[in-house]
Design a protein around this ligand. Structure first.
Ligand code: FES
Length: 159
């Protein structure tokens, strides 16, 4: 799927709304799903297609923390550091992740495989501590299991 197909979907959404700007959030979501982040080029295309000023789109993107302006790695590793996960060792898991990946929170490994983020509650407090990697939740984690998960993801990507 490319931006053209995103805009075809958006045009379908637009038939339900009198104002084009109403489709801004779903459009940005679709593009981020497609490209992993919102590039300047994509934002400019959205601005033209929806006739919404660039500055308005930038405001919306900066308001919603789920939108990304930088590319992320093949695997987006999001460790919950909220209360339940913290009480059950999220800090130790974070130290281990930084050591395993050789990066700090907010960074991407030089090979482009992993991006590391901390996030607020993932809604799985009963199985804390939890990390989400792309669309998959890994629950009741400990350091050894975390290491095994990262190792297995690295193995998968070997040629
Ligand atoms: S506090 Fe981590 S999932 Fe809720």
């Amino acid at each position: 799927m490319d931006l053209k197909h995103v805009f075809e979907q958006v045009d379908g959404i637009l038939t339900r709304y009198p104002q084009k700007e109403a489709a801004l959030l779903p459009t940005l979501h679709l593009i981020q799903q497609l490209e992993g982040y919102l590039s300047q080029e994509s934002i400019a295309a959205v601005s033209t297609h929806l006739n919404v000023p660039l500055v308005r789109i930038e405001q919306v993107i900066s308001f919603y923390s789920l939108f990304r302006r930088k590319p992320v790695g093949r695997y987006l590793v999001q460790l919950c550091t909220n209360i339940s996960c913290s009480l059950l060792g999220a800090d130790r898991l974070l130290d281990r992740l930084e050591a395993l990946l050789g990066i700090k929170v907010g960074q991407t490994t030089p090979d482009g495989l992993f991006t590391l983020e901390t996030v607020e509650c993932l809604g799985s407090c009963g199985t804390a501590p939890v990390v989400q990697i792309n669309d998959v939740y890994y629950e009741n984690l400990d350091e050894d299991r975390l290491q095994a998960i990262i190792t297995s993801l690295r193995e998968k990507m070997k040629p």
